[in-house]
Design a protein. Structure first.
Length: 255
């Protein structure tokens, strides 16, 4: 009886020893895989809208493998887009940039974090870095980024730069990569840039182009209003009437 009991005890101890050995082996050799598993778990939690739990999972992944750049990226992503903790997201993005090379979208997401903080100059800086990195990789920048850069030069910076904005608007207008809606917005903004530059000839040219081809009915009215006033001031009453009629008598006010 004693020998059987001892034998059973020995089997149990061997099993425990083997289990302990496996745990130790995984702890020593399986950091990267365990970190990646936590990454995958975090993205699954994001899909379930469990954002705080996802962040904790990314942070655990980083603790297990401090060289896991995608864990830093994931933490930055969830802080930036899901928890709106823009300032906290930036160090994670910066570490991800160090560890993951040649990924322009990480730079553009960093730009959006700065935009969330209303730090427009820094946001533009990272958008431009993203564009330059794309070019260095012989890739086309994401279409929304080019239009965003134009918007910064036109509207968001303390010191506007309309001439620089025009360069990016022309990229949108002249490229087949952009949607009709993107091109419509770019044409609208292009006439606006020339208006602000007091370049009447080009303002009229592109405003008339928008009135003829634009997709947004309200914007067509606004452009027509400006053109009617322009032709009134220059004495071309036929064109003034043409554009005033597009606006409507109740809407048109002589400036």
């Amino acid at each position: 009886m004693r020998s059987a009991a001892f034998f059973n005890y020995l089997i149990i101890m061997i099993k425990k020893f083997i289990l302990l050995f496996i745990i130790c082996f995984l702890a020593i050799s399986g950091y990267s895989q365990s970190s990646n598993d936590l990454n995958n778990q975090a993205w699954a939690l994001i899909e379930k809208e469990k954002f705080v739990e996802a962040l904790k999972s990314f942070e655990k992944a980083i603790k297990l493998d401090p060289e896991n750049g995608w864990a830093y990226y994931g933490a930055g992503f969830v802080l930036n887009f899901k928890l709106k903790e823009y300032k906290k997201s930036i160090p994670y993005y910066e570490k991800a940039q160090d560890l993951i090379k040649d990924k322009p979208f990480i730079l553009s997401e960093t730009a959006l974090a700065y935009d969330g903080l209303k730090e427009r100059d820094k946001a533009l800086e990272f958008f431009l870095k993203s564009i330059e990195l794309s070019k260095s990789l012989n890739e086309k920048p994401a279409t929304w980024i080019t239009l965003n850069v134009a918007a910064y030069y036109l509207f968001h910076l303390k010191e506007k730069n309309y001439k620089e904005a025009l360069k990016y608007l022309d990229i949108v207008i002249n490229s087949s990569e952009y949607s009709a809606e993107n091109k419509d917005t770019a044409l609208d903004w292009k006439s606006y840039a020339y208006y602000e530059l007091k370049d009447d000839q080009n303002f009229v040219k592109f405003a008339e182009d928008y009135v003829a081809n634009g997709l947004n009915a309200q914007t067509v009215k606004v452009k027509s209003d400006y053109l009617a006033n322009y032709y009134y001031k220059t004495g071309d009453f036929e064109k003034m009437k043409f554009y005033a009629n597009k606006v409507g008598a109740d809407f048109w006010i002589t400036r």
